[in-house]
Design a binder for this molecule. Sequence first.
Ligand code: SAM
Length: 284
Amino acid sequence: MTPSGRFQLLVWRLRLQLRKSELLRWLVSRIRALLPDTRERHLRGEVGFWDRWLATQGLHWPDDYEYRLDPSGAVHEPLASILDSMAKTDLEILDVGAGPLTVIGKTHPGKRLSITATDVLAREYNALLDKFGVSPPVRTQFAEAEKLREQLAGRHFDIVHAQNSLDHSADPMAGIEEMLALTRPGGLVVLIHEENEGQNELYYALHKWDFACEDGHFVVGGPGPDGPRRDVTEMLAGKAEVECWSDGECVYVAVAKKAQAPISSTRSTGRHGSRAPVAAATRR
Ligand SMILES: C[S@@+](CC[C@H](N)C(=O)[O-])C[C@H]1O[C@@H](n2cnc3c(N)ncnc32)[C@H](O)[C@@H]1O
């Protein structure tokens, strides 16, 4: 392993320890208090991470590097079961906060997939891909989760997906609203995130938000430890059915947009549509 790879591995192990040791959490919070905790600085850090990831072809996740570049890579669960549950053969998928190479597999039996990947750092990521001579199966384009309607004007998708990204955004509630607006009636928003990542990471860097599934309701807390907790399941009632589940590490959320739902605001009560959520079938 290269020195850069070894350093990344050390940082990764420290982050895991951080979740377990109170003393380490206290020490790290003292050190971090000396550094500016600005979003701009941490977005630059994100670019630095992917620079090292591309330079080392995946750091200590070489299989992940290969998978993201494989044009025949199969879609993983829980998305695979969600695709199976959809009647259409041709499915358009949007990945929000995709990074330089979307994590979504490119093929699924019996379906033709058209994947659009977006990220607030798309320009920087595409410069990195050029630097390393990488030709991606899906090129990430610029769009902010909070401004999808404006920046992807007129486009709609069968599935709007975000993995390990929406809880890194400035305003995940706006992001959810935008994602649902771009979802076709009968389609789904699919969210896959670490449970309570803000708590895990001491609300530092891009980790200001906690995503959790509590009593079957999807709850978003933040920003920071004192931010309000919002019951997204209740907020979307009338326009979408929300299912969430957790495997102890990640929170999975499937938001099924009702056929008759208005697309303008999560605060609207809307009318009841006919589509039932499919997430129950995908629980692991
Ligand atoms: C930890 S990376 C995950 C990337 C990818 N989803 C994956 O699972 O590998 C988080 C990504 O979210 C992006 N991001 C953060 N805030 C965003 C926002 N408001 N809109 C779009 N992307 C955002 C970051 O630029 C970064 O690429």
